[in-house]
Design a protein around this ligand. Structure first.
Ligand SMILES: [Cu+2]
Length: 556
């Protein structure tokens, strides 16, 4: 990253603090001295981890040179040794395995040549440990996180949250999986150990020297980066050797903007036991499951009736309606959905598709949003006699209703809009120093929030020039405590397209990221408990986030 960028980041960091002083004097006092933070004496950690972000060279593709990446390297200084689960020869950071109630201290060292900070996506932690971009540290600096694991058992995600650099840093590799377990989960007979596996799905594009290609240019950023090579747990063409047993696969969409429609090719339904915020009250079985960037779903994959030697392929099944109509029309004209699959089949052998020239950007290389392609193969290689049975009930669930909120008739708005080259929330770009009136929320309150498209759906500008000013799907992520989805209404005209995705949303669990399709209006209930301070909400299409499609609540 250029010096200019470093300067810009440092300016952002310092100006943020300066301006926050004026607007939020009380908060700033609490923040003083925390940018280059030190461990606090009164915090007694059960776990201490030293985590360093730096450049690395990883063999990602099967043939040819290693790939330059940015990677989280970690060392356990204190705590149970299973806390850190290293993935060998992988650009993904180690899996962090926590238990509810553990106190965690993380020393984060930035050994990159640009600013960086880590966000623990899904964990309910104080502002100072949430990886707010105001805490981005320059190269060579250290940041200390301290928090207690308050989450229920489930799967979370950590990644870079460096404003205007998030998309590229995550793309270069700065991400990893978090698991949390608790007493309630331990009482259940769920698949454990070798039967509890990650399924981190990401898309990348490589050049002919095996190096990562990222997009440049505004059009590409407005649609979001779409790679032509699908990686699972950091590798292409993944085949899992499984036993004839039930498995728990912790699926995470760690992609910048690609939305997956997970399903088996033969139409066998998929069963989920958890979503973003952990285990569901009871399992949910669907023909397919939609997974947008930032979302997690814990899948119950049962191979116990499958004979040794059988193979199942998990696909991203075809769908439409996530992109502006003009984008989809152009994809169809190119005949891309058919070609994508053919291309990926070639890719399954060679590790990737041939690049489609300069087709990066709006057209998303060779693999369209909504195209069909294989994600991973599961091959049954061993017969075992014993397998956990899918429980009919999982965990106790406190369901929030309108009776719990203090603003049932006046929901806080999250209005999505796509101005020319400026995806926005509530009509504004990200600002560290300004918070709208309704973005100030008293601590302890529980609020209803309505997420909707400000201009409905369809084309706003008209003609090719205004072609990007069109409604598309946005995964909306709220930091802090998790929320529940209470309603989902489709008001738009693209009903046929919506029919290709609508059965894949699992809205019954705790969530921190929700995919809002064009024409959709979604109501959620979110508690703002325990911690004061700034908590972001933003689009998890990371290109949109970096373009400023991010705001924050100020909890006071
Ligand atoms: Cu977006």
């Amino acid at each position: 990253m250029s010096t200019k960028n470093n300067n810009r980041r440092q300016f952002l960091q310092h100006s943020a603090l300066g301006l926050a002083t004026a607007a939020f004097p009380g908060l700033l006092l609490a923040n003083k001295g925390q940018i280059r933070s030190n461990p606090t004496r009164e915090f007694n950690p059960d776990i201490e981890i030293e985590m360093t972000a730096r450049k690395g060279y990883i063999p990602i593709l099967k043939k040819g040179p290693t790939t330059q990446v940015q990677k989280y390297y970690a060392k356990l200084l204190k705590g149970p040794k299973e806390t850190l689960q290293h993935l060998k020869g992988n650009y993904l950071g180690p899996i962090l395995n926590y238990e509810k109630g553990q106190k965690v201290r993380i020393y984060f060292n930035n050994s990159l040549s640009e600013p960086s900070i880590i966000h623990w996506h899904g964990l309910h932690v104080p502002q100072k440990s949430d990886g707010h971009p105001m805490y981005s540290i320059p190269p060579g600096e250290r940041f200390v996180y301290e928090f207690e694991v308050m989450n229920r058992a489930g799967t979370s995600f950590y990644h870079s949250h460096t404003h205007e650099l998030t998309a590229e840093q995550v793309y270069q590799g700065l991400a990893g999986l978090i698991t949390v377990t608790d007493e309630e989960e331990k009482k259940l007979d769920l698949p454990r150990g070798e039967y509890d596996l990650p399924l981190v799905i990401q898309d990348r594009t490589f050049n002919d020297r095996n190096q990562l290609r990222y997009l440049h240019g505004m059009h590409g950023r407005m649609s979001g980066f779409l790679g032509d090579t699908i990686l699972v747990n950091g590798k292409p063409d993944v085949e899992f050797s499984v036993k004839s047993s039930a498995y728990r696969f912790r699926a995470l969409n760690g992609s910048n903007s690609r939305i997956y429609k997970l399903g088996w090719e033969d139409g066998t339904p998929l069963t989920a036991i958890g979503t973003d915020g952990g285990l569901l009250e009871k399992p949910e079985t669907r023909p397919y499951i939609m997974l947008a960037p930032g979302e997690r779903v814990d899948l119950w994959l049962d191979f116990s009736d499958r004979p040794v030697g059988s193979k199942l392929v998990m696909y991203s099944l075809p769908y439409t309606g996530a992109m502006p109509p003009m984008y989809e029309r152009m994809q169809n004209r190119k005949g891309n959905s058919g070609r994508s699959e053919g291309g990926m089949r070639g890719g399954m052998m060679g590790g990737r598709m041939g690049g489609m020239g300069g087709g990066m950007g709006m057209m998303g290389g060779g693999l369209a949003q909504g195209a069909k392609f294989p994600i991973a193969t599961f091959k049954v290689t061993e017969k075992v006699s014993d397998s956990p049975k899918l429980p009919s009930r999982l965990v106790k669930f406190d369901r929030l209703t309108e009776r719990d909120v203090d603003n049932a008739n006046k929901p806080l708005p999250i209005a999505i809009s796509m101005k020319p080259m400026a995806p926005r929330l509530n009509g504004k770009s990200f600002s560290l120093e300004k918070v709208l009136d309704f973005e100030r929320v008293p601590v302890g309150s529980i609020k209803k929030i309505k997420i909707f498209h400000e201009h409905g759906m369809g084309m706003m500008g008209g003609g090719m020039g205004g072609g990007m000013m069109m409604s598309m799907a946005h995964p909306i992520h709220l930091h802090g405590q998790q929320y529940q989805i209470i309603s989902r209404k489709m008001e738009g005209m693209r009903k046929d397209e919506y029919a290709t995705v609508k059965d894949g949303f699992i809205d019954s669990g705790w969530k921190d990221t929700v995919l809002v399709m064009p024409g959709e209006e979604i109501e959620i209930i979110k508690p703002f408990q325990d911690f004061k301070g700034f908590f972001l909400y933003h689009c998890h299409n990371l290109e949109h986030e970096d373009l400023g499609m991010m705001r924050q609540f100020y909890v006071y």
